[in-house]
Design a protein around this ligand. Structure first.
Ligand code: PBG
Length: 324
């Protein structure tokens, strides 16, 4: 045949057609903004490893929450950095801990915002692992579950709208669900970091959260980046245990995994564009190697297109400003 039988380019001819036919859109409602809470008052100190992000005391977090809401932001996820750590991460369940205080202050300053909390021990343990250790230094699964449940419960009691366990212990969704339900919090959803890889892309976060393990690594509980069947197994387990939302993390290097989990469940799916993904975009932009805004937007679009309903991303505030 002399000419093409079909011409997809016909539909790319005008800007209006391109707009009308765009298959995927990222909107403010897709984004959850991770913030880092420290003790004290009036603290707002830039995090060296994460450009534009700050360590915030609860009152500063409430101020940031209000301006985020005023710019169209809808959801935050809180990470805590305590001034005290111990072997079992017990400061994580302190009702007066930084996250618990920040939840209360944010909910009273900007009640419309969804306030999610990250539930994990690594920021609260002296050794930096996501669970309690045996004498020979292995992370013990079952003894960790009640500690996670206690932390999640303290977040719910403080007024968190959603809890998000990121530890990768087996059975933690069930344990947390039981603790929440037992205390009358059956309406609080669980967003589980179901498919969390042992990734090099968490580097900047660990500096921000001061949660680098003192010894060893997280490969004994986080997933091998080579595995995708295992991702399906993890997601299925968490769904069976009652996870309301499942998450894949990191996002960009794992878009195939995101798609796999998308096809596996009708429940909502989240993806975490992690600190290293953000830092790479920033560094490349700062070095003049690419157009930061365009590349950042494209990265979010790719994650959404792969199947994410929600994206946890440090780009959230910039995204709102770019749209304005
Ligand atoms: C662990 C946790 C981590 C991140 C979120 N929750 C780090 C880890 O597993 O070492 C990483 C997030 C990021 O890199 O942005 N509680």
């Amino acid at each position: 045949m002399a000419f093409p039988v079909d011409r997809p380019r016909r539909l790319r001819d005008s800007a209006v057609l391109r707009d009308l036919l765009r298959e995927t859109r990222v909107v403010p409602e897709d984004l959850v903004y991770p913030i880092f809470i420290v003790p004290g008052r009036g603290v707002k100190s830039p995090i060296g490893s994460l450009a534009g992000q700050c360590h915030l005391s609860p009152d500063s977090a409430a101020r940031l929450a209000k301006s985020f809401r005023d710019e169209g932001g809808r959801a935050l996820i809180l990470f805590g950095i305590p001034d005290r750590k111990d072997e079992t991460g017990s400061p994580g369940a302190d009702p007066e801990g930084p996250v618990q205080l920040a939840v209360r202050e944010i909910k009273s300053a900007a009640p419309e915002l969804l306030v999610a909390t990250d539930v994990c021990l690594c920021e609260y343990t002296s050794h930096g692992h996501c669970g309690v250790l045996s004498p020979d230094g292995r992370v013990l699964n079952d003894p960790t579950l009640e500690l996670l449940a206690a932390q999640a419960l303290s977040h719910a009691e403080a007024g968190a709208d959603l809890v998000a366990p990121s530890d990768m212990m087996d059975g933690r969704v069930q344990a947390i669900r039981g603790a929440l339900d037992g205390a009358g919090h059956e309406r609080i959803p669980i967003m589980s970091y179901s498919v969390k890889y042992a990734s090099a892309f968490y580097g900047p976060f660990r500096e921000a959260a001061q949660s680098t393990p003192r010894s060893g690594d997280r490969k004994g509980y986080q997933m091998d980046p080579a595995n995708i069947r295992e991702a399906a197994r993890e997601a299925e387990l968490d769904l069976a245990e009652g996870a309301d939302i499942v998450m894949v993390k990191p996002a960009g290097p794992y878009l195939d995994v995101l798609r796999e989990v998308r096809l596996l469940t009708k429940r909502p799916l989240a993806a975490y564009q992690v600190s290293g993904e953000f830092a790479m975009l920033r560094a490349a932009g700062d070095a003049g190697l690419l157009d930061y805004k365009a590349a950042a937007l494209e990265s979010l679009l790719g994650i959404k297109r792969a199947g994410a309903d929600l994206i946890l991303t440090y780009l959230a505030p910039e995204f709102l400003r770019w749209r304005a």
